[in-house]
Ligand binder design. Structure first.
Ligand SMILES: C[S@@+](CC[C@H](N)C(=O)[O-])C[C@H]1O[C@@H](n2cnc3c(N)ncnc32)[C@H](O)[C@@H]1O
Length: 191
């Protein structure tokens, strides 16, 4: 399993959090009973949900001890961070809003996980997730090329490759599960 370095990850937090806020993913699933107020940007994306829905009980799940430790260093008592694998994690009660940012692409076969995630929702609950669509970009191509080069085979042997699908695929999957689906794709260029 990949080791996540929160310090390296957070070096690019602005770029990485952009798909979460623009367009505003949690806003799409705002629920009146969660008492909305303007979201604040903070270091941890899960904590912004507590800013947005102060009355809600917020749980954060990640399978990386390093990422959970980093989240816990902020001692944000509004969020209960748990070390768990999404594949086996089960909430203790139906969930009103399940938000996943930039995670499902790291879970092999994650489309098979969707029925389970939808089943965990409360009636009229929301599943909101964001996955990147940059796997054909030069950075990813370069890694694949290096992995086939004899000089780098050993160094790249255990590298995990993220994978995600286009919006239409998720739309079809979720529609098959009886969900009302709002799926979109966004392309951003920066230099
Ligand atoms: C790109 S980071 C995103 C982190 C955070 N969600 C955010 O938006 O800043 C991907 C995260 O997915 C987590 N992850 C990968 N596979 C997982 C799994 N099976 N269950 C739970 N978390 C997983 C990794 O540990 C890592 O923290």
């Amino acid at each position: 399993m990949a080791t996540w370095d929160p310090a390296t990850y957070l070096q690019f937090s602005d770029e990485r959090s952009r798909p979460f806020f623009d367009p505003d993913l949690p806003h799409r699933c705002d629920r009146p009973e969660l008492r909305r107020r303007p979201g604040l940007r903070s270091r941890d994306l899960t904590a912004t949900l507590a800013d947005r829905w102060p009355a809600a009980r917020i749980e954060g799940v990640d399978s990386s001890p390093e990422m959970i430790d980093e989240a816990n260093t902020h001692h944000d008592t509004r969020v209960d961070f748990q070390l768990a694998d999404l594949v086996t994690w089960r909430p203790d009660a139906p969930v009103d809003v399940m938000v996943s940012n930039a995670t499902l692409q790291w879970v092999p076969g994650h489309r098979d996980l969707l029925p389970r995630l939808v089943e965990m929702l409360s009636p009229n609950g929301w599943l909101a997730f964001q996955v990147p669509g940059n796997f054909t970009e030069p950075s990813h191509q370069l890694l694949r090329e290096l992995a086939t080069d004899a000089r780098f085979v050993e160094a790249t042997r255990d590298v995990e490759y993220p994978a995600a699908f286009d919006a239409e695929t998720y739309l079809a999957d979720l529609a098959m599960l009886g969900c009302e689906v709002d799926a979109w794709r966004r392309r951003t260029c920066t230099c």
